[in-house]
Design a protein around this ligand. Sequence first.
Ligand code: MG
Length: 342
Amino acid sequence: MDAMSVTWETRELHTARPFGIARWTHASYPRTFVTFAQGGVEGRGEAAPNAFYGETRGTVEAVLPLLAPALTDPWDWEGLRERLGAVMPFHHPSVKCALEMAAVEWCARSAGVPVWRLLGLSPSPLPESSYTVSLGELGVMRGEAREAVARGHGVLKVKLGTGQDEQIVEALREEAPHVALRVDANAAWTRHRARRLLGVLEAAGVEFVEQPLAAGDLEGHAELRRFARIPVVADESLHHVSDVRALANAFDGVNLKLAKLGGPLQALGALRLARAHGLSVMMGCMIESSLGIAAAAHLAGLCDWADLDGALLLGDDPFTGLKWEAGRLSRPEGVGWGVELK
Ligand SMILES: [Mg+2]
């Protein structure tokens, strides 16, 4: 066997404008790019840490030297998961994701095929991705929505969890009367507030609501869902493949993100489990480069909804190769993940 190596580099990526959700506003995102090399072939992965899941640039850089040696035989995907779990059974999902992405891409590139072919996934077109209007001053949000519609986006997602959520929903609906509108409360509402806001969302023709209540409040979500006439989708409540079963009683759908589930194979496992339990499925993302988005895109053809605008929000995406027409992302057709460093 040729010598193998696992190397990584952290870069600060920047959104074109500051990006706000209920918990924070940031403009800079540390993303760690992992490369597995063997026999002249490289496989690449991205770690997009999120503080909500206990990860930072510091934790990523601290655990990578401990977890990287688990990547020995890239074809042994089950073994990789087990070896990662033996070192760190819990947490650090974005680092595990980067290593799993690198292993899977190395295999696809060795075989000379796109990852979706390697995984035997259906070549169906991707659902149109939502474009996120970030939280901010109402006039600025209106402007962002107007610009997105003018660029051809047909699905907008808005982050809520403020004292003026009613006004935001009404303003965006007024600004963009013909687009599909989705809202994400990022776990910011109380049960009482969520009940009141459901009426506003339904009146505005909102398509679904993502994570209205605290991550651990499954009972509250189950109760809310009984009154809701629109789907209630889990995001922060889903950390791990094994959470899916419990969520089926409390939600109508789940938002799968590679960086929180621990990689594309874990996301695929969660997707199959979600389908088996009758859940709708959204493929989501963090603010991440086109490398991470490409990995999600390979799975997105299996989903009902896509929310893959993370790299579109960047001003300095290091990768190129994804084909977007407004919110319509084509399935990557290149070998591996189908993107290249600029
Ligand atoms: Mg969300």
